[in-house]
Design a protein around this ligand. Structure first.
Ligand SMILES: [Fe+2]
Length: 358
């Protein structure tokens, strides 16, 4: 029997994982210790968004393309008609332009670095030892039900071939614990951080808008394929809770690929015309397409020590690097609300107004 007395946080999860992965999927174990969820008044605000996504699902493809053109829910063209036009390229260009408006609200002392982040599509810093969040990490595994969060044990090529030894579990932190994590990080991160985050998200947001989940991943999964999450800028983050080298799934990103509307839209249109609906609009690059992308953009492989915090605009191409370790990769996955082009436009005009006139 493993002795857990001297291990905390990530070390305890690594040891539990070594014993058996069953406990990470056991809903019974999880639910026994999970506090009962109360219905809160703000849950009512979910109703419009539920209706909105339900409407989107039932609409014929051509109407999705017409009515949801600039929305964030509409990741790629749905109809062959629009996939044969520059529909996707145009909206991608509009998103890049609208997202770049935020740069006008950045103070001059940060502008050069933040513009660089916007162009590259990523930003990284180090949060140090992170020992303060060890207990929160142990708790979330007890109170939260695991989800796959889009990481599936097969590639999204339609073949549905199960990948051996693939494991993915994401545990979402409670609102209270998210506040605690953000408070801890706010003591480490400077004012500049919020500008980098906003430049990647395409609108003004701050550390306190970030939500987190604990990600435990072993082997390969559908995120091992190079892909874009959607056509428009979205900010996601990865905080390493272990030292990560090239064998334990470093986050990998194609620098500057977000800004290439032409390349991204051509690959997306080709996927739609080929009938690739398995990737749910998050276009995968394979074979010749992947080689072409690797020639066009520099591959950034983020390897580093525990505490490395990478923020990325995941409309640019990215993937989970190869996993060839005996231990699972454990990190905090995080992100801010995704916004469509119209919403970003309003936010960015307000930010510019606030900067100029207040
Ligand atoms: Fe992704």
């Amino acid at each position: 029997m493993t002795d857990y007395n001297n291990s905390i946080g990530v070390k305890r999860i690594e040891k539990n994982f070594e014993d058996s992965t069953d406990q990470f999927y056991s809903r019974d174990t999880v639910l026994q210790e999970k506090p009962k969820r109360k219905i809160r008044f703000d849950h009512l605000t979910w109703i419009p968004s539920l209706l909105y996504s339900r409407l989107y699902r039932v609409l014929p493809r051509i109407f999705k393309d017409i009515f949801f053109w600039l929305t964030i829910i509409h990741k790629s063209p749905a109809s062959n008609f629009f996939a044969n036009t520059r529909y996707d390229e145009l909206r991608t260009l509009i998103d890049i332009k609208v997202s770049s408006l935020f740069l006008r609200a950045v103070p001059s002392n940060f502008l050069k670095d933040v513009t660089d982040t916007f162009k590259k599509g990523f930003y990284s810093t180090n949060l140090g030892s992170l020992s303060e969040i060890d207990l929160l990490i142990e708790d979330v595994v007890k109170y939260s039900s695991p989800s796959h969060a889009g990481a599936r044990p097969y590639f999204k090529d339609g073949k549905n071939k199960k990948i051996d030894n693939s494991f993915s579990a994401y545990y979402t932190f409670s609102r209270e614990d998210v506040k605690k994590i953000n408070l801890i990080f706010s003591k480490i991160l400077g004012e500049e951080f919020n500008y980098h985050l906003s430049a990647l998200a395409g609108y003004e947001c701050s550390l306190h808008d970030i939500t987190y989940s604990l990600s435990i991943v072993f082997g390969e999964n559908s995120n091992s394929e190079m892909h874009q999450d959607t056509y428009a800028s979205v900010a996601k983050g990865f905080i390493y809770l272990q030292d990560i080298g090239k064998t334990n799934s470093p986050f990998e990103y194609l620098e500057g690929s977000y800004k290439d509307a032409s390349f991204r839209s051509i690959k997306t249109n080709n996927a739609v015309i080929r009938g690739d609906f398995h990737s749910s609009g998050s276009t995968r690059l394979r074979g010749e397409d992947l080689l072409e992308a690797l020639e066009n953009y520099r591959l950034q492989s983020f390897q580093g020590s525990k505490g490395l915090f990478i923020l990325a605009n995941t409309a640019g191409y990215h993937r989970k690097g190869k996993h060839e370790s005996s231990k699972p990769r454990i990190l905090l996955a995080c992100g801010v609300k995704r916004r469509g082009v119209i919403s970003k436009l309003i936010f960015n005009f307000l930010s510019i107004f606030k900067t100029r006139f207040t």
